[in-house]
Design a protein around this ligand. Structure first.
Ligand SMILES: NC(=O)c1ccc[n+]([C@@H]2O[C@H](COP(=O)([O-])OP(=O)(O)OC[C@H]3O[C@@H](n4cnc5c(N)ncnc54)[C@H](OP(=O)(O)O)[C@@H]3O)[C@@H](O)[C@H]2O)c1
Length: 294
């Protein structure tokens, strides 16, 4: 396949591009700077501009764009940047997919779509939440509409916390635990959907070659509570995690939205579409997954 990847310099994009090349697919990387390598083409999402020829003969577009949502209080300007850096590129690529009659768009999204559902199991049919992150994820999915209306197969990747040795949340967590500052968040009963980075990439490859369409949860089949995740991480790192970070302290540092929509939101997400379609996870349980990446 000839596959265009946007957001290819990120945690997931770097590994996906390497896997696509390993499997002998042709990769074109859209970059937001002058192209320098032979497989790069320039684009400018805010100006809705893509270099001529970049989409010729393309079988699929994979969009992994999005400014990182770091653990800092969300100011109005940061919120706008988080939204714009996802919606604009998606709208531009969906319109390009429609115009060039490209048959497939695989677009990033996140389990943040669902908001807090307590201990209830969440699959792809579960409705969206109502907080900032849920609203943003809903708009992000809606931004693919032009591609759907043009008849393309559109897959939205509702990804959980990616466990990777190369980045993401595990790095800062490891640092906290190594200086004995590890601990559960709030009462620890909130479910955390996670996925091993190899399964994340394998699942994206699966969506490229399978016929699945619409939202797909990219999360391991066994989500764990924050308390369980904390216990297992402490065991794997050989460090105690004696602390409990109370809700009020989290809110004071991170602000209400990141805490209520993310850190303390309970999301017992299951990968129903992947499993119904025969996808096999390499890492179903959190302890072997953590041992493999740490
Ligand atoms: N990692 C996770 O645990 C996780 C979980 C759920 C959802 N996701 C979503 O999956 C996608 C990929 O995740 P990732 O971990 O690989 O993210 P990442 O490492 O932060 O990389 C995201 C990429 O987005 C591009 N980007 C950044 N700001 C942008 C902007 N303003 N406009 C257009 N593109 C911009 C950059 O690519 P270029 O510089 O190459 O253009 C960057 O490499 C993101 O949308 C993320 O929100 C990730």
């Amino acid at each position: 396949m000839r596959v265009v990847v946007a957001g290819s310099s990120g945690l997931i994009g770097t590994e996906l591009v390497a896997t696509l090349r390993r499997d002998r697919h042709e990769v074109v990387r859209l970059v937001r700077r002058p192209a320098t390598a032979a497989d790069e083409r320039t684009w400018d999402p805010p100006a809705a501009r893509i270099e001529d020829g970049a989409l010729d003969g393309v079988d699929a577009v994979v969009n992994l764009c999005g400014p990182a949502i770091t653990l800092n209080r969300l100011s109005g300007a940061r919120k706008q940047a988080i939204v714009d850096g996802r919606i604009e590129p998606t709208e531009v690529l969906a319109a390009a997919v429609a115009e060039h009659r490209i048959p497939l768009l695989v677009n990033a999204n996140a389990v943040g779509y669902y908001g807090d559902h307590g201990a209830a199991e969440i699959d792809e049919a579960t409705p969206a939440g109502t907080g900032f992150l849920s609203t943003m994820c809903t708009e992000w999915e809606a931004a693919t509409t032009a591609a759907t209306e043009a008849g393309a197969r559109v897959v939205t990747l509702r990804t959980g916390l990616v466990l990777s040795p190369r980045g993401g949340l595990l790095g800062p967590l490891r640092t906290l635990f190594s200086v004995m500052l590890g601990g559960r968040l709030g009462d620890g009963r909130q479910y955390m959907p996670w996925i091993h980075h190899e399964d994340e990439i394998a699942a994206i490859m699966f969506t490229l070659t399978n016929t699945v369409t619409g939202p797909v949860n990219l999360t391991a089949p066994n989500p764990v509570t924050n308390a369980e995740f904390t216990r297992v991480l402490a065991r794997v790192l050989g460090r105690p995690a004696p602390w409990v970070v109370p809700k009020f302290a989290l809110r004071a540092v991170l602000g209400t939205e990141l805490v209520d929509d993310a850190a303390l939101a309970s999301q017992r997400v299951v990968p129903k579409v992947l499993q119904d379609n025969g996808f096999k996870f390499e890492y179903s349980l959190v302890e072997p997954a953590l041992r493999s990446v740490l």
